[in-house]
Design a protein around this ligand. Structure first.
Ligand code: ANZ
Ligand code: ZN
Length: 820
């Protein structure tokens, strides 16, 4: 082992040159590039949510990517073949807005931003395989969006139908939901709902599969995200019931989860958008006025716990079981997009109906009494289960039983049926925008809607386009694009001028990384089999519903098409917390932004990385703190000097007991850091352990001896997950060969683990779910506390109740839980 470090520059003065030097070396040696077939080692796919090229990297990105790099680096050192790619989510509205505002072409704006963000990212020294980089605005990528769209069309998963969109009459344009802020975001005009032909992807056809998939994700996804998805999908079992109109002109269909309350339905209500309400408005000035008022309210105004408004339509319906005649109202607390947009109202057992009945003087008929305790009537609706009353032959039954029987009775009579309803809606994918994937469809006067042929893909975005922000799709004003020939009949045709929602782009990019240059297919199934599913995905919780549902859906379609053979795309998910300053999210408008570039220019990438990982556990909020950054900087320089001392100090002879004690501390540290990183994802406590190890080493009386060198090498190896540049430098100085980033991860030597601790397996309902480490003599309470604090156990117990503990001290714990 050579010692050539006597003249090494202190890190403190050399940090920027040294970091750049190692980054260049990693890049030149292609250290992080992986070939699909280069090894038989197990694969590990670490994915971070790719950035939108807005122009600059912010701290949220840095946190996301630095966390990802710890996962990738650790698994690489564990000997796995690690895929760690990066690219650009490059389509989207800001590019178009920049074009309108500054007259710069969206493509130019996007490519420039990518170039500067790539430079910024590279300064962080993250172990990306840059050879796989792509941008979703590359036609080599988006042609496959079009290809998938065609496959979905073939499978009946694509539909074109009318849908209400936000329309600004002044700008003459469709607005995305988030662009409606007190009217049009651009001109503040009142935004109208307008019916336009739109393209939909029938994600609802996959609702049950999306829910079923949760079982497999339970162990690796935050329970919170799964709960949000479950809620978003909103599966609800119930019945559809037809109420005949008194005048015999038809029947009004409702969706209810509480068919048991049918005898208590004293009126009905429909959404202002319901076709019958719209028809009624032609003849009733009251109804027309109410509809106009409702149209001005936002969805939030309508669903919030506001006053329940409504108007009697004068129409009457017959309760199918009681034969009673009940009035039909229009009320805006009924939402158009859910169920049938009409409900049977049971004021005694539904609080909203109760309030409405109070305001409008409608009767309240109790049909369920609590088994125990007393009814909440007449102060509030009684919404739980109980025993039937006032319900004819059903009296005395439980409400649950009655629900089943009533639905069966309605099915016999042909006036109702069991149904499942979802809150999830079909995915409206068409955008009247330029900077997105053209929808690959043409319209022929003779043949109608004709899908573009595979061999004619990609339908390229034309570059010459005028963007004004007004009117319909910008592509409609590019004649060379619009006019085409129908390949079926050879006659004249015109192209669809809408583009796809950019969430399409992010729905399968992770699969493209496995085979990013494939020109014949989106990716080869073999490459996908090698790498998918993603082992660890890291990103913001704000993507819990949209992106993470779309991607899961897309993956299932890719499975059905035969491209992948797994049901889920992302095995594990870590949602990193926000980076805040003074407790609030960093934002331009608040002026509380810390620029990554500023920090890197001052302290280097390692300090930035270390602070971000040390200041908070990854999933928790991280409040920026200059003193903390300064502390990390000092620690890094201390490690640098420590390495120097280890190398240059003439070795004193240490007492054997002292060396042994140092090695015991070291091996315990290896065990602890490994556990923190690999099992707990608590990088902050891992770093704290390494800081302690550095302290112990510094205080060691024989710094410079063989034991101290061994410990220093181990410290450098472990620390390289967090501060790779410094550690690369020290590793070489300590005589290491090859990059520190591909060295084997240190193993704790049991000879030095004087074990006063034991590892106890923990089962949930008899299934092994985790292990906890406790003092060998831990009593039941300590054991229980350790079990309940374990992240994996927490995820499994989730919202269920612990009913019993089976404990064999020092040997095994079984937690018995049940739902609810
Ligand atoms: C009668 C009833 C009686 C109801 C009762 C509840 C309690 P979830 O569980 O979310 O699916 N509903 C149906 N469609 C609606 C719409 N478009 N807008 C507003 N409310 C609607 O909720 C289903 C219940 O929400 C349905 O069951 C219906 O009210 C209402 F004691 O029908 B229920
Ligand atoms: Zn034709």
């Amino acid at each position: 082992m050579s010692i050539e470090s006597e003249t090494a520059m202190p890190w403190e003065t050399d940090v920027h040159t040294a970091e750049a030097r190692w980054q260049a070396e990693w890049e030149e040696s292609r250290l992080f590039e992986v070939q699909a077939w280069d090894t038989t080692a197990p694969t590990y796919y670490c994915l971070v949510m790719f950035p939108y090229p807005s122009g600059r990297i912010h701290m949220g990105h840095v946190r996301n990517y630095v966390i990802g790099d710890v996962f990738a680096s650790y698994h690489r050192m564990k000997g796995e073949t690690v895929l760690h790619p990066i690219g650009w989510d490059a389509f989207g509205l800001p590019a178009e807005n920049a074009a309108i505002k500054h007259g710069i072409h969206p493509e130019r704006w996007t490519r420039d931003n990518i170039a500067s963000m790539r430079t910024q990212l590279k300064r962080l020294g993250i172990s990306y395989d840059w050879s796989r980089e792509f941008a979703t605005c590359d036609d080599a990528y988006y042609r496959w969006n079009q290809w998938f769209f065609l496959r979905m069309m073939e499978r009946g998963l694509v539909e074109r139908r009318k849908a209400p969109v936000n329309w600004c009459p002044k700008c003459c344009t469709v607005l995305a939901n988030e662009q409606v802020q007190n009217g049009c975001w651009r001109c503040s005009s009142e935004v109208h709902q307008k019916e336009l032909e739109q393209w939909f992807i029938r994600i609802t056809a996959y609702a049950d599969r999306l829910l079923d998939g949760h079982e497999a994700l339970r162990a690796g996804w935050p329970a919170e995200v799964l709960a949000m998805q479950r809620n978003w999908i909103g599966r609800s079992e119930g019945a559809e019931i037809n109420f005949t109109l008194r005048d015999g002109s038809g029947s009004l269909r409702v969706f209810t989860t509480r068919a048991d309350t049918l005898y208590g339905a004293t009126f009905m209500a429909m959404a202002p958008e319901h076709p019958w309400a719209v028809a009624r408005a032609q003849r009733s000035a009251d109804v027309a006025a109410y509809l106009r008022r409702a149209a001005r309210k936002t969805a939030q105004d309508r669903s919030a716990d506001r006053e329940k408004t409504g108007v009697d339509t004068g129409m009457r319906a017959i309760n199918p079981l009681t034969g009673a005649e009940i009035p039909i109202y229009v009320a805006d607390y009924i939402l158009p997009g859910y169920g049938t947009g009409a409900v049977m109202c049971v004021p005694a057992h539904d609080q909203r109906d109760f309030e409405f009945a109070r305001t409008h003087g409608l009767p309240v008929v109790e049909v369920i009494r609590p088994d125990a305790g007393s009814s909440t009537l007449p102060d509030a609706a009684f919404e739980s289960e109980g025993v039937m009353v006032n319900s004819g032959t059903f009296d005395g039954l439980t409400s649950a039983e009655c629900r089943r029987l009533i639905v069966e009775e309605l099915e016999r009579r042909g006036t109702g049926k069991r149904t499942v309803n979802y809150r999830l809606k079909d995915w409206l994918v068409s955008r009247q925008r330029y900077w997105g994937t053209p929808i690959p469809v043409i319209y022929c006067d003779t043949c109608g809607v004709v899908p573009v042929r595979d061999e004619d893909l990609p339908v390229k975005l034309p570059s010459g386009v005028e963007l004004t922000g007004k009117g319909d799709s910008p592509l409609a004003h590019v004649p060379e694009f619009v006019h085409t020939v129908c390949h079926r009949c050879g006659g004249p045709a015109h192209r669809e001028t809408d583009t796809m929602d950019t969430f399409v782009d992010s729905s399968w990019y992770y699969a493209r990384y496995t085979d990013p240059r494939n020109g014949n297919e989106p990716f080869s199934p073999a490459a996908a089999r090698r790498w998918l599913p993603v082992s660890q995905y890291v990103g913001g919780i704000e993507h819990a519903c949209m992106h993470l549902i779309y991607a899961r859906f897309w993956h299932k379609v890719m499975k059905d098409v035969g491209l992948v053979d797994t049901e889920e795309p992302f095995l594990r998910l870590l949602t990193q917390g926000m980076v805040t300053l003074g407790g609030s999210a960093m934002s331009k408008s608040k002026g509380n932004i810390v620029e990554p570039d500023t920090i890197i220019s001052r302290y280097g990438a390692d300090t930035t990385r270390l602070f971000i990982l040390f200041a908070a556990p990854p999933e928790k909020q991280l409040d920026w703190n200059d003193a903390g950054v300064e502390g990390c900087w000092r620690f890094i320089n201390r490690v640098d000097r420590l390495a120097d001392a280890v190398l240059t100090r003439p070795a004193k002879e240490a007492a054997p007991a002292q060396a042994h004690a140092l090695l015991c501390v070291y091996h315990r540290c290896v065990r602890g850091v490994t556990r923190d990183v690999a099992d707990e994802f608590q990088f902050n406590t891992a770093i704290a352990k390494l800081m302690e190890l550095a302290n112990t080493l510094q205080a060691y009386p024989a710094v410079g001896d063989e034991a101290s060198r061994a410990v220093m090498r181990g410290l450098v190896l472990m620390l390289s997950l967090f501060t790779p540049h410094l550690c690369e430098e020290l590793w070489r100085r300590l005589g290491g060969t090859g990059s520190v980033r591909v060295q084997p991860w240190p193993m704790p030597d049991p000879a030095y683990l004087t074990d006063t601790e034991v590892e106890v397996p923990v089962q949930i309902n008899g299934k092994l779910r985790s292990r906890v480490t406790v003092p060998a003599d831990a009593g039941e309470d300590t054991l229980k506390a350790a079990v309940l604090a374990d992240e994996r156990i927490k995820a499994h117990v989730n919202n269920r109740t612990v009913v019993r503990w089976v404990i064999v001290p020092g040997k095994m714990v079984n937690v018995v839980v049940r739902e609810g």
